[in-house]
Design a protein around this ligand. Structure first.
Ligand SMILES: [Zn+2]
Length: 326
């Protein structure tokens, strides 16, 4: 072998060793929210390191990425997002990461529109359709020619939707790391069993709430999948439009106060990661209590809900305690 060929062979073998070593390192996964990140850790285990873009105790609707987030996404091997127009901040980040695969965890999940608290809408119980891989809500075929609003992305308030996330995440990890396909599949199956138990546990916890008190008035509309799953009704929302950034006018607030009085609602639900200014004022005017739930985010490790399972348990217990028969 000529000397220069030996050199090339040597260089190639060094490259091969380098590649093998890189595959042994955990996969770098970026999730948009702490909830998606926790679910990804359950599926990836030791084979992944997952970072969340939106910090704990924070509101994804109000999130603005920092320069290190741009770098983190560009360096990732996989980005996981909720989709359905939830992450307004993601488009700019992905522009700098054209080669990084973006997977929408809600792919295959049946999406519903926002009711904006109008539970009497005859179409409120009709799904808009199943979310496609692109995660674009407009691509969801409408059930009929009724004018639907945009998709409600807050699917994680029903753990049965997150059981579908588990399959999607396992498939996404397998696509970039096929050697560990069996581990991802097994982890997803084990976590799905845990989520089924969580769903059953929530049903049991909420069984103390009588039918006539199963009405939720929330800060912004994030509980509609929870409501459908556990036989509640979203009776009103303080901030319209499905995000915490919506604005309400005095007339709407007055209408909601009337509505709350008519229904005999005694509690309205604020959220830990959003301002309570409007909801506190409204509660005072309506003479009802404010109880805080978890909406977009997990808490820090020493908080109430560092994992998604804690999130589910805490919200079910909080709502059961607030609405049970006095
Ligand atoms: Zn939200």
């Amino acid at each position: 072998m000529k000397w220069f060929l030996k050199g090339i062979v040597l260089a190639l073998s060094v490259l091969a060793v380098g590649t093998a070593a890189a595959q042994d390192a955990p996969l770098r996964v970026v999730a948009t929210t702490t909830i998606v990140a926790d679910v990804a850790r359950q599926i990836g285990g030791d084979l992944v390191t997952v970072t969340a873009l939106v910090p704990v105790d924070s509101d994804a609707h109000a999130f603005e990425p920092a320069p290190q987030d741009v770098q983190g996404v560009a360096d990732a091997q996989l980005v996981l997002a909720v989709g359905a127009d939830y992450e307004a901040f993601l488009g700019g980040l992905m522009e700098n990461a054209a080669s990084v695969p973006l997977v929408i965890v809600n792919t295959g999940v049946e999406m519903y529109g926002f009711s904006d608290g109008h539970a009497d809408d005859p179409h409120a119980d009709e799904p808009l359709g199943v979310l496609g891989e692109a995660g674009v809500c407009e691509a969801v075929p409408a059930a009929d020619d009724h004018e639907h609003g945009s998709c409600d992305p807050h699917t994680w308030t029903d753990p049965r939707n997150v059981m579908l996330w588990a399959d999607t995440i396992a498939a996404a990890l397998t696509a970039i790391d096929p050697a560990n396909a069996d581990t991802y599949t097994a982890n997803a199956a084990a976590y799905q069993a845990v989520l089924q138990d969580a769903f059953d546990g929530m049903t049991e916890t909420l069984s103390v709430v009588p039918a006539e008190r199963r009405r939720l008035v929330t800060n912004h509309e994030f509980m509609s999948y929870f409501a459908r799953a556990f036989d509640f009704e979203v009776a009103g929302v303080v901030i319209p439009g499905g995000t915490t950034g919506g604005e309400n006018d005095p007339q709407m607030v007055a209408g909601l106060i009337d509505h709350i009085r008519t229904l005999g609602v005694s509690v309205i639900f604020a959220e830990a990661s959003a301002s309570t200014q409007v909801i506190d004022m409204l509660a005072q005017d309506a003479g009802v209590n404010v109880v805080t739930t978890l909406s977009e985010s997990l808490t820090a490790p020493d908080g109430l809900a560092p994992t998604y399972l804690d999130y589910l348990r805490v919200n079910a217990q909080t709502i059961a305690d607030a609405l049970r028969e006095e």
